[in-house]
Design a protein around this ligand. Sequence first.
Ligand SMILES: C[S@@+](CC[C@H](N)C(=O)[O-])C[C@H]1O[C@@H](n2cnc3c(N)ncnc32)[C@H](O)[C@@H]1O
Ligand code: SF4
Length: 374
Amino acid sequence: MSGIYIHIPFCKSKCLYCNFFSVTNMNNVEKYFDTLILEINQRRNELLSEKVKTIYIGGGTPSCVDIKYIEKICSELARHIDFNEIEEFTIECNPDDVNENYVPEIKRLGINRVSFGVQTFNDDVLKVMNRRHSSSQIRKAVELSKNAGIENISVDLIYGFPSIEWNNWKNDVEEFLKLDVDHLSSYCLQYEKGSRIWKNLESGKITPKSDEVCNEEYDYLTARMRESGYEHYEISNFARNGKYSQHNSAYWFGIKYFGYGAAAHSYDGESRYWNSSSLAGYFAQFKKQKFESEAEKLSDKDKFNEFIMLGLRTMWGVDENKLSLFPERFVKNFIREVEVKIKFGEIVKKNNSFVIPEDKMIISDKIISDLFVD
Ligand SMILES: C[S@@+](CC[C@H](N)C(=O)[O-])C[C@H]1O[C@@H](n2cnc3c(N)ncnc32)[C@H](O)[C@@H]1O
Ligand code: SF4
């Protein structure tokens, strides 16, 4: 079982906070998709005996390129994988790209899940963020998707953003709930080096929110989501009606994934490898007939630490029965440390799994790193 990720590194404009790999110059779109086709074809052997269950087209902004390019990618993939096996096929969309024609088109390609980058419902803050959509466009895009029969819809919101006052954050959560969709991903603003907001922070133009305020916003979100029937199934993710992101869950469970496109990462169960994160580098990489990439083979210790980290980020936790897959000295160390955490209420044991309780999720990074083996 495995998942496929396709990176589309184009955006119509760059948001204040974002440092994901994307360019605003669209001159290379044609060449990029030709290279993607070359890449999928050159790497076809990796998919030979794989049961691919999920496809995720992310970015950048996949919805800002002509649908004919997405169609080309689907046709190429269909030569190497069985589309009948695909359970979840997601595309990331910016609300302003979605219109009456767009949703039926993506549906025709087999896409059954849309993830909308909403960030906030406050029109003034959307402008500060340099987003291109308004709050009314968010509601319209969701409605169009539902009307076209897309039942699995996710929304991204950012909390801890300096211009979002307490009441605005409450309003963002309430407006999300009114959308009546099954999935939310909500991330605390990260000041990524290279983003414009990072430069503003460095030059003292903005004052970041304190950790206490960010934690209060997170606590408010988790409480309202729980009251409203959503499961907090991963630190930053909430789902209703069992609509967990199957694609991301595969990352959290250490399942194989194959990433195509500039800056995309792959994991074949033993090694992680990744493509060049510049367009020129990516084009050069696939000019040769033989696939080569930078790679890192995971040691037993890396695999163990990753298993602990990924499990503890989720409500399913670390399955005790799976610990025997790892060297005994790692397991002994883990059990010794986890017992201390249990005493302090930072870990609880549920059935056969070690889990971080929801009220301690906010300090999960610290809890998890304490449990790593060195
Ligand atoms: C890479 S973006 C792609 C989605 C799409 N292009 C959009 O913006 O609507 C995925 C999500 O990452 C989140 N994100 C990006 N930069 C972030 C940052 N610096 N801090 C927190 N969240 C961020 C946003 O919520 C965004 O929707
Ligand atoms: S948040 Fe989305 S639209 Fe904005 S720059 Fe990043 S990838 Fe592009």
